[in-house]
Design a protein around this ligand. Structure first.
Ligand SMILES: [Zn+2]
Length: 327
């Protein structure tokens, strides 16, 4: 299949429902960031608007192509990463949805990262969810179900999506994006099955060299004093983008150390750093590694809820095990 990589079961489930005459007017696609939720939503919109006879979207007809590029008059896509959907956008959307489809059978709206929507916007959308016009299909995506209004959740069909198998990400990087095999293997492992993340790092070549730098700093942190760690935390908390990348790297780093300590027979994420990981694993206990993984997850979740960033990073770095530098 074309644009869709993974999650075929979810599309098939919806198609089966449509063929049996069951069409859900609101579907909520849930799952970790960058695993392809919005891409799946676009493919679902294609399937609804496709002019070919096949239930699967053909991806070549004019409808399919315009859905993918965001130019279909009956498909509205609100997808501005990191930017909350506001009430004005929902009101404008509702004006559009009150009109019959312009050319297709359906009017489709995709609302990405809906847990970030403002409270006013979420409340306004409830009206449409409660009484959707018969030709309207809403496709919402969210990473965190606990940040959505229960009344929103209860009116949607829920589809829980998971990260893709590493192999599938690797193959897609090679065949779809022409990534060289060794790099594809590394990116697939680093991504933990998050295809969108792997593609964005491939397309932003500096991301890999930033990772190298971060890796050095992360490695060195083990040998740093309390004061040095506090200085580092202060600098990091002032740079949200770097902080996000750093937390993801730390998460994967400690996750790998935990796997090594536990003697787990599963592939590491940082496959290019396995020697260094194994060496570092000798300096920490299994409990310390487990605690670090938990704390990094805790801080990552906390940042999404606007906790005091600097304090959270300070606490994290002070609990980081300290290893005397070998001379
Ligand atoms: Zn088509």
């Amino acid at each position: 299949m074309g644009a869709l990589i993974g999650h075929e079961w979810a599309l098939q489930l919806l198609l089966n429902g449509w063929q049996a005459g069951r069409i859900s007017h609101a579907t909520l696609l849930l799952g970790p960031p960058n695993i392809g939720k919005t891409t799946l939503a676009r493919v679902i919109a294609q399937a609804l608007q496709c002019t070919a006879a096949n239930p699967m979207p053909c991806e070549v007809c004019s409808s399919c192509r315009r859905v993918m590029t965001g130019n279909h008059p009956d498909v509205r896509i609100l997808d501005a990463p990191g930017q909350p959907i506001k009430i004005d956008q929902v009101r404008e959307l509702q004006r559009e949805l009150s009109l019959l489809p312009y050319e297709g059978r359906w009017r489709v709206a995709i609302l990405s990262e809906f847990e970030r929507a403002t409270a006013e916007a979420a409340n306004a959308l409830l009206k449409t969810l409660e009484e959707p016009p018969s030709y309207v299909v809403l496709l919402l995506t969210a990473t965190r179900v606990d940040q959505l209004l229960p009344t929103i959740i209860s009116r949607c069909q829920l589809l829980w999506l998971r990260p893709l198998p590493i192999d599938q990400v690797q193959q897609a990087l090679i065949s779809r994006w022409g990534v060289e095999a060794t790099l594809a293997e590394l990116l697939a492992h680093l991504s933990g099955g998050r295809i969108g993340w792997a593609v964005s790092v491939f397309q932003d070549r500096e991301a890999l060299s930033r990772r190298e730098d971060l890796m050095e700093q992360t490695f060195n942190l083990l040998h740093r004093t309390r004061t040095q760690r506090l200085t580092y935390a202060a600098a990091l908390s002032r740079n949200p983008k770097l902080l996000e990348e750093t937390l993801m790297l730390w998460g994967s780093w400690w996750h790998d150390i935990l796997l090594v300590k536990a003697g787990a027979d599963v592939p590491l994420r940082n496959i290019d750093q396995s020697e260094r990981l194994r060496a570092q694993a000798q300096n920490v206990t299994l409990d310390e590694a487990r605690r670090m993984v938990e704390q990094i997850e805790f801080v990552t979740r906390g940042l999404e809820q606007n906790v005091n960033t600097r304090l959270a990073i300070e606490v994290l770095l002070l609990s980081w095990p300290r290893v005397e530098e070998k001379r």
